[in-house]
Write a protein that binds this ligand. Structure first.
Ligand code: HEM
Ligand code: HEM
Length: 124
C-alpha cells in the first residue's frame, strides 16, 4: 500500500486511537456529554476514512487523480472542523464550525461518489 490509500489508512488509525481514547475518558469519567463528537470521530475518521483508503487501494487508477486528492483533502479538513464543532455545539458555544464541518464532510462524500462513478465509467 502506498500514496493516497496509505495516507487514508494511517489517518484512519490515528483517528481510531483518538476516538477510542476519547471513549475511554468518557466511560471512566461517567460523563457522556460529548458522545456525539466521539461517535462521529470514530464513524467519519476511522470507518469512513478506512473505507476511502481501501477503495483507493483497490482502484489505484482512481487514487492517482487530482480529484481523489481533493476528495481526501476536503474530507480531512471537514473532519478536523466538524469534530471540535460538534463539541462546541453540544456545549452551547456556537454551531458555526459544526455547520461548516458538516458541509465539507458531505462535499467530501459527494466528491468520492463522483470519483467512484468516473472510475467505473472509465471517464478519468
Ligand atoms: C476503546 C473504544 C471505545 C470506547 C471506550 C467507547 C466508549 C463509548 C461511550 C462511553 C459511549 C457513550 C454511551 C452512551 O452514553 O450511551 C459511546 C458511544 C458511542 N460510540 Fe464508542 N467507544 C469506543 C469505540 C468506538 C468505535 C470504534 C466506534 C465506531 C466505529 C464507536 C461508536 C460509538 C457510537 C456510534 C456511539 C453512540 C451510541 C448511541 O447512540 O447510543 N465507539 N462510546
Ligand atoms: C455530514 C455528516 C453528518 C452529520 C451532519 C451528522 C449529524 C448527526 C446528528 C445531528 C446526530 C444527532 C446527534 C444528537 O442527537 O445529539 C447524529 C447522530 C448519529 N450519527 Fe451522524 N451525522 C453525519 C454523518 C454520520 C455518519 C457518516 C455516520 C455513520 C457512519 C453517522 C452515524 C450517526 C450515529 C450512529 C448517530 C447516533 C449517535 C449519536 O447521537 O451520536 N453520522 N448525526
Amino acid at each position: 500500500m502506498r500514496g493516497l490509500a496509505y495516507f487514508c489508512i494511517v489517518s484512519a488509525a490515528v483517528y481510531a486511537l483518538a476516538g477510542m481514547a476519547f471513549g475511554i475518558v468518557m466511560a471512566a469519567s461517567h460523563d457522556h456529554t460529548l458522545m456525539t463528537a466521539h461517535a462521529h470521530l470514530n464513524l467519519l475518521g476511522w470507518v469512513s476514512m478506512a473505507i476511502y483508503g481501501l477503495y483507493y487501494h483497490a482502484v489505484p487508477r482512481a487514487a492517482e487523480t487530482r480529484l481523489a486528492k481533493i476528495h481526501i483533502g476536503v474530507a480531512t479538513f471537514g473532519l478536523w472542523i466538524m469534530i471540535p464543532g460538534i463539541a462546541m455545539a453540544v456545549l452551547g458555544m456556537t454551531e458555526g464550525p459544526a455547520i461548516v464541518g458538516s458541509i465539507l464532510t458531505i462535499l467530501g462524500m459527494l466528491l468520492f461518489a463522483a470519483r467512484v462513478a468516473m472510475a467505473q465509467r472509465a471517464i478519468a
